[in-house]
Design a protein. Structure first.
Length: 202
């Protein structure tokens, strides 16, 4: 069974060692918040097109609860993730093959490959987290399409902004692309809100 578990930032692996790239956080840190947005907008409001969300980032949501929620939106989710992870594992194997083709010494190649193998479980878990996040964002996208949601407002944090950017990117990608805009404006009580406008001016 594929589970969720925090890993950390994106690793940069070479023959010189293993380093971690600042700003490339594990998608695990966003998944709980994205799942809460998914639940919040999935309401039976036939005329409601504008959602204002306040999320308490300290409120707990266990990992197994997140997975159970996502599976209600995509019953074959785990099978899809397993299939996608097999592709990613092949990507790691290709990384090793590419190192073998580099014009560096055998010792440097061996060190580089050893570093990749040291980080293999880390890389795979990080990809699992990313894939669950992507599938969550796609579920949000489907609800926005089906319910013709025009705006989602959420109390502003950097993490909330990142999630809105993910949703906007998915909406603008593909054959049924929708124009979006993200702005930050204060609410009536002065609370700073990040606002995802979907098809503005239409």
């Amino acid at each position: 069974m594929l589970t969720l578990s925090y890993t950390g930032p994106k690793p940069l692996i070479s023959q010189h060692g293993i380093y971690f790239k600042k700003g490339k956080e594990d998608k695990y840190v966003y998944l709980k918040l994205a799942t809460k947005i998914l639940l919040f907008i999935d309401k039976d409001y036939s005329t409601k097109k504008h959602y204002e969300i306040y999320i308490d980032n300290h409120e707990k949501m266990p990992d197994d609860e997140i997975l159970d929620i996502l599976k209600t939106y995509e019953p074959k989710l785990e099978a899809h993730i397993k299939s996608e992870i097999l592709v990613y594992e092949e990507h790691i194997n290709n990384m090793i093959s590419e190192v073998r083709e580099l014009t560096i010494s055998d010792e440097e190649q061996d060190t580089w490959i050893e570093n990749i193998n040291i980080m293999r479980k880390y890389l795979i878990q990080r990809e699992v987290n990313k894939l669950y996040y992507i599938h969550c964002i796609k579920a949000i996208k489907r609800i926005i399409y089906n319910d013709k949601i025009a705006e989602i407002d959420i109390n502003f944090t950097i993490n909330h902004w990142h999630i809105l950017e993910s949703i906007a990117g998915n909406l603008e990608y593909g054959a049924k692309s929708i124009h979006t805009e993200i702005v930050v404006r204060p609410d009536s009580d002065g609370t700073l809100m990040a606002r995802l406008l979907i098809n503005p001016n239409h």
